[in-house]
Design a protein around this ligand. Sequence first.
Ligand code: MG
Length: 393
Amino acid sequence: MNNSFATQEIIILGSTGSIGVQALEVIAANPDRFRVIGLSAGGSNIDLLISQAKKFSVPVVAVNSNGDYARSIAGEIVVIDGPSASAELSAIPCDIVLNGITGSVGLAPTLAALGAGNRVALANKESLVAGGDLVVDAARKGGAHRLLPVDSEHSALYQCFLAGKRSEVKRAILTASGGAFRDRSDLAGVSLQEALAHPTWSMGPVVTINSATLVNKGLEIIEAHYLFDLDYSQIEAVIHPQSVVHSMVEFNDGATIAHASPPNMKGPIAYALGAHQDGTTDRVNRASNPIDWSTAHTWNFAPIDPVKFPAIDLARHCGTIGGALPAVFNAANEVAVAAFIGEKIAFIDIVKIVSQSVDKLAHIGGNTPRDLSDVSAVEDDARQVASEFVQAL
Ligand code: MG
């Protein structure tokens, strides 16, 4: 047994969500390596937040809501509440803030954590999509190795990059499961229930819809650009239905290095939490199950049909123009997905509305947001415009 690891102090944002719950399972299995010093959640699942805080003896919790929860939380747990509770919690000094919040509301806590000198394990890809330049600037100020990818594809890329020099990287290839509709040709009449049935990953509803439209892969292309300083021409995406190869890096000698493991977010979560200040990582023993080579496997790869899945080219367009346009892409998509979940629009209208919103707000695309309030203003515009397109249908 190796007990030589220094204990990493961890804050988990979005602890009651899919990423947060799995992170706590990794931590529970490795109590000598990790200690949880803060948890945050939205207002909808306070009971679970409290039981997590008690189980892990967490001194501080943040409730991102306007409710008065202080009285309802027993014992000596300090409660931060209000709309910026997660951002306040993120600024408490620790080794790693794991941001498992869904949506661009995760941007403020990411900036707060980096601003306070904390490293950030980023499962919240919207932080980089909505505020990529701000996040990268904030991360650079504190030196290298301050942004740790948790998204499975980006964790895979990070690990594949270790096989060569950065100057030798030809391109990065993100894999996409293809979502619920990869084998269907006509998406015009698909239902909400069908869209929510993801073939390989179990995730929250918004991410599952984003997988069905491939908007999620579009967001991940933008995320890869900011995380790894890659040109958009160097980032590709390919359909891989088994979700076992999580991404690949091609080097200039023609070699492709791939990262493979059965789909399980505990692997990338543990790899991020095992990262040290100096850029090295200690892998977490048995973080997830390995591939079983005693049975036969077939791995398929296929190019993405740009007509069936227009989200990829749209995301690439927004990313290439840069500035505020990725924030518009994401905010408009959040509105459109909510409208689809509310059964107000059809599945194929989601990306249509995002595309119309991006076109309508193209004039602000060139302006790079200077701060969080610039991002919020652009997002408000995008939500307004997208809502109008929803109403018009
Ligand atoms: Mg992913």
